[in-house]
Design a protein around this ligand. Structure first.
Ligand SMILES: Nc1ncnc2c1ncn2[C@@H]1O[C@H](COP(=O)(O)OP(=O)(O)OP(=O)(O)O)[C@@H](O)[C@H]1O
Length: 595
């Protein structure tokens, strides 16, 4: 009983999940199955008078189904062999058409489902809070997009097949009850019994399915890191160790798949013998105990055979649905997580600031760990502000607060006197330029990298060359064969650090930003690149508001204000020369860097 209840709840939850996306379309899929089943049963019923007439009898009595002959008589059709044959053919032709349409409709709904889920996740990720994103397993996102959505699509297909099968069983049962109710009872008994045997195996399959999701997540995560860190792995010879890790992960995936397939095969192997036992019993009982008319037995058997095929279909598609159940859970959980941490567009549309961005007594904690404390910092329009300080002193966290990726716990961030959080986040962020330690380069042309796939027309091309010039990219572009159409190889692997930074600067300038944030590379750069970067920044000085998280002091010599961070607080501030006198930390740093 408990098993049956659970079976119903599970199927109902699948139904609500699919229904939430497909709505009435799901009902159309099932309605088509009912229609197909009715036509099929009607066609099969025509065998009864045919068999009776072929048996030498002239009667066209359909027993309990005589309402059919009555209906035919009412429209002036007296049943004869020929007419019964014609009706048989017409009905099965109609059924064929319904099945054809039903199959196409199913595929269409399947595609709609896949697209909607992918788009829901993409939309969910677009509005997902950054602080939650950094805690999410990256492999999970990848696996959900590629693996789990396909598994879910298969689940839908199997689920529909299962429900269609169940509908057909009901229709066949209904007709067989009308033809011979005792026989119908036997079929019911046989179906229920054989199903009970499979409930236990289905439960095991479902558990395995959840394991498959988690090993797939892990594999996708490892694979992503393998690709992202390819250069490092190759350079350090660690690629072989990593290959072993990948191999182990592949083995885990295969091991789980093998286990689930063993279960599926057990079911496939035992289902038929079990059902044949049921058939043999039913035929025996029909012939020896019930002594039904031979024509009724044959038609009953036809229904029974049909019902049996449907039972097999229901069982196997239920099993396959369960096999991929983990995917629905995985997608559902992730989707709920995205919804729970959604940032909704609200507030004043941000058009840019005129005077300043002011951090007043701002504090921020990760969990209970205070990372920034009582920060007072003013960024004046078109000035360059630099942050320096030891690693872990909170500079990047400060930038993340400014970019609105993290929210402050205390204090205020005022933009021309208005609280940052009263602005619509999307409009605010589209005015931010952000260049990370590893400038983002897409595998595409210089033009697309800078314009972010903006249409290539005269107006945009002029703008492109303007920003390219502002980012000192002109000579680089003209040195290439295809100019702005030059493809920047795999993540810009063939560009120098300075060139990559300039491409990123140009991209940010193209989008008409209000403030440019640069998180400088911490790794040692050669002096030529360092000079290049310094020139890049100096050329923007006074034209763009900049916040530079600096590791190389040479690049911020001209900054208007430099803030020294220490343990999440501002220890000192001033321009370069002032700080050399005021801050021993800063002075030591300049000496260490030979400035
Ligand atoms: N997602 C996070 N969860 C918890 N703690 C974090 C998280 N991100 C950063 N921290 C902690 O916050 C502190 C400040 O980090 P932050 O990256 O802001 O320092 P930083 O000055 O930019 O360092 P660096 O110069 O090395 O980039 C560090 O102690 C770091 O461990």
């Amino acid at each position: 009983m408990k098993g049956i209840k659970k079976y119903i709840i599970e199927n109902f939850s699948n139904f609500t999940f699919f229904y939430s996306i497909l709505r009435y379309r799901l009902l159309v899929v099932f309605a088509l199955a009912i229609f197909g089943g009715l036509l099929d049963s009607l066609g099969l019923t025509m065998f009864l008078p045919l068999l009776q007439m072929a048996d030498g009898g002239t009667t066209t009595d359909l027993g309990s189904l005589s309402f059919l002959t009555d209906a035919l008589k009412a429209i002036g059709i007296e049943l004869t062999v020929i007419k019964a044959l014609v009706i048989l053919v017409v009905v099965f032709l109609l059924k064929g058409m319904v099945m054809y349409f039903s199959g196409i409709y199913k595929v269409k709904t399947q595609q709609l489902l896949t697209k909607t889920i992918r788009m829901n996740i993409i939309n969910g990720l677009t509005t997902y809070s950054f602080s939650r994103f950094v805690q999410t397993e990256q492999g999970k996102i990848q696996n959900i997009f590629l693996g789990e959505v396909l598994r879910l699509s298969n689940t839908y297909s199997n689920y529909v097949t299962m429900i269609q099968g169940a509908i057909l069983i009901i229709v066949y049962m209904l007709f067989s009850f009308i033809v011979d109710w005792k026989f119908a009872l036997l079929v019911c008994g046989g179906g229920v019994l054989s199903n009970l045997v499979f409930l236990k195996v289905n439960k095991l399959t479902k558990e395995r399915s959840i394991n498959i999701s988690s090993v797939n997540n892990a594999f996708a995560g490892l694979l992503m890191q393998y690709v992202n860190n390819f250069k490092y792995l190759k350079a350090t010879g660690k690629i072989y160790n990593y290959r072993d890790k990948l191999e182990k992960s592949i083995d885990d995936v295969q091991h789980e798949n093998l286990k689930i397939n063993l279960l599926i095969n057990q079911i496939a192997a035992f289902r038929e013998p079990l059902l044949i036992i049921v058939i043999a019993l039913v035929i025996g009982i029909q012939v020896y105990f019930i002594e039904s008319k031979i024509s009724a037995i044959i038609v009953s058997l036809l229904f029974f055979y049909r019902a049996l095929v449907s039972i097999v279909t229901v069982q196997s598609s239920y099993n396959l649905t369960v096999t991929n159940q983990g995917a629905i859970n995985n997608i559902n959980d992730f989707y709920l997580e995205l919804q729970k941490n959604k940032e909704t567009p609200k507030g004043i549309y941000f058009r840019g600031f005129k005077e300043n961005i002011f951090f007043r007594n701002v504090s921020f904690s990760y969990d209970k760990n205070k990372i920034l404390q009582d920060i007072n910092l003013n960024i004046i329009k078109n000035q360059t502000v630099a942050l320096v300080g030891e690693s872990g002193s909170g500079k990047t966290t400060f930038a993340n607060l400014l970019i609105n990726l993290l929210k402050s716990d205390e204090g205020e961030i005022l933009i021309d006197g208005i609280d940052l959080y009263s602005y619509d986040p999307q409009s605010f962020n589209s005015k931010i330029g952000y260049i990370t330690q590893e400038p983002t380069i897409f595998n595409d042309t210089i033009y697309n990298n800078i314009t972010f796939w903006d249409k290539k027309n005269d107006e945009n091309l002029v703008k492109f060359y303007q920003v390219a010039s502002a980012a000192s990219l002109n000579s680089f572009i003209s040195s290439t064969k295809d100019k702005e159409d030059t493809i920047l190889g795999n993540s810009g692997i063939n560009l120098s650090g300075g060139q990559r930074q300039r491409i990123s600067i140009a991209r940010e300038l193209y989008k008409n930003i209000d403030i440019l944030i640069l998180d400088e590379a911490t790794s040692a750069l050669d002096s030529e690149t360092e000079l290049e970067i310094k020139n890049n920044l100096d050329s923007l000085h006074g034209k763009v508001t900049m916040l530079i998280i600096a590791h190389r002091l040479s690049t911020i010599k001209n900054a208007d204000v430099i803030y020294v961070f220490k343990d999440g607080k501002i220890e000192n501030f001033g321009n370069f020369e002032e700080l050399k006198k005021k801050s021993s930390y800063f002075n030591n740093l300049t000496n260490l860097q030979g400035i």
